[in-house]
Each structure stands twice: as structure tokens, then as C-alpha cells.
Design a protein around this ligand. Structure first.
Ligand code: GUN
Length: 285
């Protein structure tokens, strides 16, 4: 039976570290600040944003929420981001994705000042990640790396298979595993022989967004299985991409959903906000 990787416990440690750093910064008169922008009324986004605000409160980070109606124009949004770029109380800016239809997310991301880009979505930060000289890492892949590290799982030399090639998870996840000296295969919807490739993974990361996508016959006995999926099953319950019942019998380590990667994402956002506050005050993170 697989060992469960407890994202709640590991995220609590990361947040406790962030809280200690916030307390030290406050002694120097610096209060890290995060602005969260949410447009429209996507229920999942609302839950994520509420959790981010709660985490800020717990860690001691000042937060502002900008909840805008779905019919907000691109120019209004750009104007808000430009204003937040200039706002000294705000060190991190996060625009919750996805945005309503008709808004240009890419243009918005490029408007966020890279030094306040706590999602690490801006082309400048993406480039720094490619080079391995980053200040910020995207929160979800960074959270996965922290879970692997805290579970004592060695990535060096391992065959890592990432299913999904999104800008938010799949691509940066592959890059971080590569930086950790893994041998990385990226799979996606057009991949041929997906099952065979997954079955050769020592570390399998699924970021597909489909309940029950990863079945037992895709898992090598003893593999580490990381489930980034956040889906609802036929009964409306939160679940990942992996058939947990089948996978836990085969894997050596596995992340549950909920309570695996999800809490790590938020903890890494807290860490990035502290880093942003330090960088903007000339302190080495
Ligand atoms: N939507 C889902 N995950 C994320 C994330 O990490 N950042 C932002 N901004 N939006 C998201």
C-alpha cells in the first residue's frame, strides 16, 4: 500500500516558515502585501480566492481583494493592474484564472510587473525558470517539488512522466523536474502509447483535469504518483485525475485529492509573496 503524501501537513510547515519570515520583515517595518483579482463568478475560483485570503491572514500577509463583474473590460482590468504595479503596499499581484470569455489573459499577465508576479506567469519569469535562475516558481509545480523533497524522494536520474502541457502546471513542472536532474517525458492529448509511457514512470505527475484518467494499468509498481487534478466525480465530490483506489495498491507514494497538491499551491503563494516583499525592499530572499 502506498504511503500518503500529506499536503496539509507539509503546507502547514511551509506556511509556518513564511509566518516567521513575515514576523522578521515586520520588525523592519515591512508588511508583505498581496492583491488578488477575481473577475466574474466562477464558483471554483471563488473557493480558491477565499482560501488564498485565509492563508494570507494566517501568515500575517496583508491582502486586498478586487472582485470585478464578468462584464469588466480589458482596459479596466489593465488599468487596475497598472495601478497595483505602482502601489507600494502591494508586493504580489495575482489575477485568478480562468478569466471570463473575451478577456485577453496573456496581455494581462504581461502587464503585471515581473517583480510582483507571484504566479511566475510573466514571460520574464518563465524565461528565468527555463534558465534555472528564478526568483519565483509557479506555485503548483513548486508545491509538488516541495512535497517530493519533504518525502525524501530523489528525482535525480528518475524517469519522470508529466501528463499535461499547460503553461501553469505541465510545462513548468517538467522544467523543475529537469532542473532536479530527472529524465522527463511530457505527455498530452496527442501522445501515442500513453499507457506504456506512463507505465515506465518512476515519478508520474498527472495534470489533465479528468476524473479517473489515470488507471492502475498506467502505474509501474513502486512508482510515485502525484495528482494535480481538481475535478468532481459523478456524485459531485472533489477528486483528482487518478483512480486512487487502484493506484494506492501499486504506488510507493501517492498524493490524495483533496489534501495533496492543493494546499501546497497556496503555501507556495505565501512563500512567493514574502520573496516579492524582500526583493522590493532590497533584501536577498
Ligand atoms: N487558477 C488555477 N490555478 C491558478 C494559479 O495558480 N494562479 C492563478 N492566478 N489562477 C489559477
Amino acid at each position: 500500500m502506498a504511503e500518503i503524501m500529506d499536503g496539509k501537513a507539509v503546507s502547514a510547515k511551509v506556511k509556518a516558515q513564511a509566518a516567521e519570515e513575515v514576523a522578521r520583515l515586520k520588525e523592519q517595518g515591512i508588511i508583505p502585501g498581496l492583491a488578488v483579482v477575481i473577475v466574474g463568478d466562477d464558483p471554483a475560483s471563488r473557493i480558491y480566492v477565499n482560501n488564498k485570503k485565509k492563508a494570507c491572514q494566517a501568515v500575517g500577509i496583508y491582502s486586498e481583494e478586487y472582485a470585478l463583474p464578468a462584464d469588466t473590460s480589458q482596459e479596466e482590468l489593465l488599468e487596475l493592474v497598472r495601478k497595483l504595479n505602482q502601489e507600494p503596499k502591494i508586493h504580489g499581484i495575482l489575477v485568478q484564472s480562468p478569466l471570463p470569455e473575451g478577456l485577453d489573459e496573456a496581455a494581462l499577465v504581461e502587464t503585471v510587473d515581473p517583480i510582483k508576479d507571484v504566479d511566475a506567469f510573466h514571460a520574464y519569469n518563465v524565461g528565468k525558470i527555463m534558465q534555472g535562475t528564478y526568483s519565483f516558481l509557479p506555485c503548483t509545480p513548486a508545491g509538488v517539488m516541495e512535497l517530493l523533497r519533504s518525502s525524501g524522494i530523489e528525482v535525480c536520474g528518475k524517469h519522470c512522466v508529466v501528463i499535461g502541457r499547460s503553461d501553469i502546471v505541465g510545462k513548468p513542472m517538467a522544467m523543475l523536474l529537469l532542473h532536479a536532474h530527472g529524465t522527463v517525458t511530457i505527455c498530452h492529448s496527442r501522445t501515442q502509447n500513453l499507457k506504456e509511457i506512463c507505465r515506465r514512470a518512476d515519478i508520474l505527475v498527472s495534470a489533465v483535469g479528468k476524473a479517473g484518467f489515470v488507471t492502475g494499468d498506467m502505474i509501474q509498481p513502486g512508482a510515485v504518483v502525484i495528482d494535480v487534478g481538481m475535478n468532481r466525480d459523478s456524485q459531485g465530490r472533489l477528486c483528482g485525475d487518478v483512480d486512487f483506489g487502484q493506484a494506492e495498491k501499486l504506488a510507493s507514494y501517492i498524493t490524495p485529492v483533496p489534501g495533496g497538491v492543493g494546499p501546497m499551491t497556496i503555501a507556495m503563494l505565501m512563500k512567493n509573496t514574502v520573496t516579492a516583499a524582500k526583493l522590493q525592499n532590497g533584501i536577498q530572499p
